[in-house]
Design a protein around this ligand. Structure first.
Ligand SMILES: [Cu+2]
Length: 300
């Protein structure tokens, strides 16, 4: 009946149409009957009202018919809910992590991405969680959304019907950078997806440090091209003179290696003026911290 962008948008639109259709039919029927009775039973035509004591057939009809309508609406919603909550066995699992303030995606073979790439025509199962606060994964074109909760795994599934790029939002207010928590779903032909899935990760420009900044979600708040976002840009950070607030006192510092390390390990020790104290502690190994610091030092 529907030939929408995904299996889920078809299912949701079908039950939505059934509910809206039933509402429109009832609205028309009830309005018609009100107008009809206004004319037919007005005082001039019926100066003396007839007293109807009992009409069993009528009572049965107006009890049974609404029950059937309501049960029908319930069935449409329940069948849809059941479909949306039950992924097929062969669905491709993808781990989705919400964090302040970006989405991260990880595939079965360990491949990581900051956009969600899926094959057209194959069921995909998203396993959602959060590393910090409540987020909510929302894919409006596919009519699906689900909370990402710290310490919990929730899920969604769908089959993309058409190649295309679709918006992903966070739809649970999660702090300063909530409105920046955007990503894309790339639905690509299955062959193209398989080639991408199998391909070795090309060495990212900037090496491991740059890759870590992306995979840990740092770039959700810090740009590398000088753009001011939620946090200060990384571009030209090393060696810059910056005004910070430390324990309520304002002071001027020069960004050196020690400051970079401290700001990553204790994000709220020195707050750069003009920015919120919003950065979470990102768990990193010593080696990962070194990679990031080396990359930041080189980013002039
Ligand atoms: Cu969020």
């Amino acid at each position: 009946m529907f030939s929408g962008t995904s299996s889920t948008s078809n299912a949701v639109e079908l039950s939505f149409s059934i509910v809206v259709g039933a509402c429109i039919l009832l609205l028309v029927l009830i309005t018609f009957l009100i107008l009809l009775f206004l004319v037919k039973y007005n005082k001039r035509r019926h100066p003396h009202p007839a007293e109807v004591k009992e009409h069993r057939a009528l009572e049965i009809v107006w009890t049974v018919v609404p029950i059937l309508i309501v049960l029908g609406l319930f069935y449409a919603g329940w069948a849809d809910f059941d479909y949306l909550r039950t992924p097929p066995e062969n669905a491709l699992p993808i781990q989705v992590t919400g964090r302040k303030w970006s989405w991260g995606f990880e595939y079965g073979n360990g491949k990581k991405s900051d956009v969600l790439r899926v094959p057209v025509g194959r069921p995909v199962k998203l396993l959602l969680t959060s590393t910090d606060v409540l987020h909510s994964f929302y894919l409006p074109a596919f009519r699906i959304k689900e909370d990402a909760v710290p310490g919990m795994k929730t899920h969604l599934w769908f089959v993309a019907n058409e190649s295309g790029t679709y918006d992903i939002f966070c739809t649970e207010y999660c702090g300063t950078g909530h409105s920046h928590m955007l990503s894309k779903l790339l639905a690509v032909p299955a062959g193209e997806f398989d080639a991408w899935y199998r391909a070795e990760e090309a060495a990212a420009p900037g090496g491991k440090g740059a890759q870590l900044l992306q995979s840990r979600g740092c770039l959700g708040c810090h740009s590398t091209d000088g753009t001011k976002t939620i946090g200060p840009t990384f571009k030209g950070l090393y060696g810059r003179t910056t005004e910070v607030t430390t324990g309520g006192k304002e002071r001027e510092i020069i960004v050196d290696e020690g400051y970079l390390r401290k700001s990553i390990l204790e994000p709220n020790a020195d707050i750069v003026q003009g920015y919120p104290a919003a950065m979470p502690v990102i768990p990193l190994t010593g080696e990962e911290l070194n990679e990031i610091v080396e990359y930041l030092k080189a980013l002039r």
